[in-house]
Structure formats: structure tokens, C-alpha cells
Design a protein around this ligand. Sequence first.
Ligand SMILES: Nc1nc2c(c(=O)[nH]1)N[C@H]1C(S)=C(S)[C@@H](COP(=O)(O)OP(=O)(O)OC[C@H]3O[C@@H](n4cnc5c(N)ncnc54)[C@H](O)[C@@H]3O)O[C@H]1N2
Ligand code: MOO
Length: 430
Amino acid sequence: MTDEFDEALALANGHRPDHPARRPAAPLVPDPADAPDRRPAPPHTWESARTVAYRSAVPLPPRRLPLERALGHTLAAPLTALTDLPAFDTSAMDGWAVSGPGPWELAGPGLLAGAPGRPERLADGQAVRIATGARVPDGTTGIVRAEHGTARAGRLRGRLPRLGADIRPRAQECRSGAELLPAGTRLAPAALGLAAAAGYDELDVHPLPRAEVLVLGDELLHRGLPHDGRIRDALGPMTGPWLAALGAEVLVTRRLGDDADALREAIETSRADLIVTTGGTASGPVDHLRATLRALGATTLVGGVTVRPGHPMLLAELPDGGTPVVGLPGNPLAAVAGLLTLAAPLLHALSGRMPPATRAAVAGEAFAGHREDTHLVPVRRPADGGPVLPLNYAGPAMLRGIAAASALAVVPPGGLAPHDPVQLLELPGA
Ligand SMILES: Nc1nc2c(c(=O)[nH]1)N[C@H]1C(S)=C(S)[C@@H](COP(=O)(O)OP(=O)(O)OC[C@H]3O[C@@H](n4cnc5c(N)ncnc54)[C@H](O)[C@@H]3O)O[C@H]1N2
Ligand code: MOO
């Protein structure tokens, strides 16, 4: 299947003005309702759906952000050191810098971290008080830790340090120009610390893709207890936070009921880089999503996927320059399946990251599989990294299994036996 996509991707459709960098539209697997004879088009396999979603977008154009605003963004260029690290020979301990074997004659005022200028050279047999992080004078052969020496009457006695002991030599960690992190790295707090240490005030990053969530369904309540056949909206509270955990800036979550006109207007006027809808993907009497996308002239890239739950999930591109629309099915576990199958790879592509990786684990018991489709099963990864077990209450319409889960296990057609290797899709933010 992938070869077909590669071939068709090669038949580029050219660039579009609004999204100059956007990749040409991926080949179409038509929406069943698009087919002239109305026969359902073959759905994508789970793997190919992820590939199509990833390849359908290119990174948003980079911008320069101050370090303090770059958290969670993705590096648009490798982070290369602007300085040696450490930038000078540094004491790793509080104590004395000494030259040669002791006892030593104490010299000069003590050396503090951040003291300006170059400290005076130590002659053989000399010692100087030094603080952790202070620049080490030339001639130093080692540091005597404070707890290993005694200074009295201008002399230091103590254990002879081995050559270079407790000195962090210049460039021990990196030389100026060394690549510290590759392009495509999502910036975690430690990466910002590294960037600061390496001399950066600003970073070139891909902006967070802006996402908009449209929650569909007249049956949904947003407060109180279910009543009169109506239920609480469970997808509104989780879809935005999941998208944010995947690296999106969530502009808004809108509740639109089953109003086709409102849906059309919301899609037409959206300023998001990615529109995510919930519900309305199937063919019920008020499932307007596919018809609305058709009416808007959208191109269906994924019209369905051979995955359980979640098979009606969809991915389409608007004719405005290719804004992607991901349709998550209304059943909550099916919605998570759609999120991780289509929205996660898209967000990775828009952010300039590698495709989302699965994590290897081992099945702790047999996992029942579907005959032909991939089965996504909520699991909790044990803290000790041991074998994973399926969770209870994991029906497509249930929430307890997902709420207890840290990942979805990818169960291939036919299922898994105990001790089989299994791939896990981590649940964002879990
Ligand atoms: N004839 C068929 N009917 C259905 C099929 C099918 O293959 N043939 N597939 C079923 C599967 S599987 C799923 S999943 C759903 C997908 O349906 P939709 O995406 O159109 O979703 P809805 O019909 O709007 O809702 C389905 C279900 O989920 C509940 N829901 C919807 N939104 C929310 C929300 N925000 N919070 C909580 N629950 C929500 C809704 O009330 C329904 O119970 O289609 C099946 N039908
Ligand atoms: O596959 Mo539905 O997507 O079972 O809930």
C-alpha cells in the first residue's frame, strides 16, 4: 500500500499559495460516498493511515522565539554550541587549587565563581582557596576538597589530589560548533537549559500548530447528569488537552450540535492549522461531516481505516491550501484511536518532528485480535517496565479503560500470545 502512496506522492500537485511549504496532496482513497458508483473504497490499513497522515503535511515555517517562550516547540535547525562547555577550566568542588605536591603555601585572595579576569598563575608548591564553578588558575594540578585539607598559618596541608582531580576542563562537554541536539527535537525544559548554557538567547523553532476542536452531537450535555436520552460530552474535555500534549496550540473547543450549517461555517472560517472534529463520522441520519467536507470541496486522504475501534475515522484536506481536517469517531475509545492514528502523525509533521514512534513491550497475557483489522487495546505499562496487560472496561463507548491507561497496545490481526512482543502507542499526557 505504501508504494502506491509513494508513487502518487511523486505526482506532485504543486504548491498552494496559502501554505507555500505544504506538501502536495497525498493520493486519494476516496470517501465511499465520493465514488461514482457509491461502492465503499477500500479503507487504509492502520500503518498506511499513519503514513498518509504524516506525509500529508510539512513543517510550518520557522520563527525565532526567545528562549523563555520556546518550551514545547520543535527545533527548526540543529542546536550547535556557540561556546565551549565549560567555557574555561572550572573547579568542580569547594577547596583549594594546588600546584604540585604539598604542603602548599597559600597565595592571594580566594577565587569565586563569576570573578572577572584571569586568575594569577599558581607556581609549584602554591595553593589558592577556590569555590565550585570558579575559574581554575593556570598551573593548577588538582583541587584539594575543603574536607580533605587544613589551612593554618599561611600553609595548606592535605591529601595530594591526583593530576586534574576535580577540575572540569574547558570543552569537556562540547567544543564550540558541536551539534548538541538535532533539528526536529521537541524542546523540553532541559533542552532550554542546554541552549542557555550553550549561549542562546533565541531559538529558531517551528511554531506550535494551531488546532481547533469541533464537538458534534445534539445529544451532548455540558453540565449536570445525563437526562432525557442525553449524555455528557466526554470528548470535549479530553480532545483539546490531548492535542496540547501532542504539541498543538488549541485555539478553541466549539460545541456545534448536529447543525450542518454551523459545521460548514466553523470549518470555512477556521484559522487553525488543523481542525479536529468529534462524532458524526459514520452514516447516521445526522452525521453531516462527510457531506459537509464534500460540499466544501475537501479532498479525502483517509476515508476509513481497518482498525478497531475507530474504523470510521477520516482525514481530509480543505481546498483553501490544504488545512487538514481529522474526524474522530464519537465513541470515546474510537476517538482516541483516531487521535493517535491520524492527529498525532499530522502534528508531528506540522511541527517538523519525526513520525511518532511506538514503544516496544511484551504481552503479559493473550490479547484477542480482530480477524482482519488492527486492534487498539488500552493498557497500563507497569512502573517496572514489565509485561503489559489489557485493562477492563475497554469497550469502544467506555471511558474507564482509557482513564486508567498509559498507552494503547497495537494488536495485529489474529491477536497476540503471552510473551509476544507488542508495540505501544503512548497516550499523550498520561
Ligand atoms: N451502520 C453503522 N453504524 C455504525 C458503524 C458502522 O460501521 N455502521 N460504526 C459504529 C462505530 S464503530 C462508531 S465508532 C460510531 C462512529 O459514529 P460517529 O463518529 O458518527 O459518532 P456519533 O454517531 O456522533 O456517536 C457515536 C457514539 O458516541 C457518542 N458520542 C459522540 N460524541 C460524544 C462525546 N463528545 N462525548 C461522549 N460520547 C459521544 C454518541 O452519543 C454515540 O453513542 O458509529 C457506529 N455506528
Ligand atoms: O470502531 Mo467504533 O469505532 O467501534 O467504536
